[in-house]
Design a protein around this ligand. Sequence first.
Ligand code: F6R
Length: 373
Amino acid sequence: EKQGFKHFMLKEIYEQPGVVRACLEAYFPASAETPVTLGLPEEFYVDLEQIQIVACGTSWHAALVGKYLLEQLAEIPTQVQYASEFRYAPSPLTANTLTIGVTQSGETADTLAALSMEKERRQGKEAKYQVRLLGITNRPESTLGQMVSNIINTHGGIEIGVAATKTFIAQLMAFYGLALDVAYRRQTITAERLTEIIAGLRQLPAEIEAILETQERYIEQLVHDFAETKDFIFVGRGINFPIALEGALKLKEISYIHAEGYPAGEMKHGPIALLDAKVPVVAIAMPGSVYEKVISNAQEAKARDSRLIGVTSVNDGEAAEIFNDLIPVAEVEELLSPILTVIPLQLLAYHIAARRGLDVDQPRNLAKSVTVE
Ligand code: F6R
């Protein structure tokens, strides 16, 4: 069943180009009349004023990327909350607030409880309160699927590795679909821009394949140097900040190494005190609005003797000089880059854990669906 891969996690990492293709076909079918097809009712979009998203773990990271897209493309103020926190301190409800629950399994107790509370407090109010509930899940047949009538199915296929990889990529694709759909209807982006972004999305499967083909061996070798490493820091900014969080979570989950993700600009406000030659820093530095800033934050880390690993599409002298190790990914539109930058981070976590001989698919203390609150 592992089809020659040593672990399900690695097999699932390799399935990601196919997952992106399946999502492209589902959300952006070339034959459709509208650029995006999500199958949501018309009333869903009317007068939408704000969005709140609830999720846990990796799904919460996907939601943070989603927030960025919904705000930057569709211009809708969006908040992301941990489901376990939202339940006890929900944001005030208005008629035009959309609440989205993101859960790959559709069975996470905290996310279900947050949504069920949300559903209850909307009951007895006008119809538009009822329609503004949406689930994003990889399992439409799940408890979430039965609870909420509006669903975006994420087409990740069954994921066996406990650490989410391909279902995360699928959730990101669902957010591209949703943000572009809403942006198109609200006309917050031009038709040309929409076409350009969708064309960029269609290139991603081949670009993920290129990373897998050219970088996996390199990363497998690179991890030899981290046999004794006890702490890792991941930094990114803008749309890649949540990817830094995700890289750190993957690493701690399966390798049990202490890892933290930070927005690169926050390092100087405290965490930089942690840095020395024993603490490597992984910096996501994609060209776009924050590249120069990430580079200068990386320089600050280097000045503390940290080994710097760069995930970037820039391969100039400056990058070569700053980064001790450079993991190249294709240059894409900044908004689309998370789909590529997360791939080397998944491989890094995987190879560090595999090299330590750990049970990558079934890490200690974790379960695939967390059905306790
Ligand atoms: C991380 C991971 C967990 C889940 C979290 C939410 O690799 O697997 O953090 O993302 O438990 O699970 P779902 O998406 O099923 O609600």
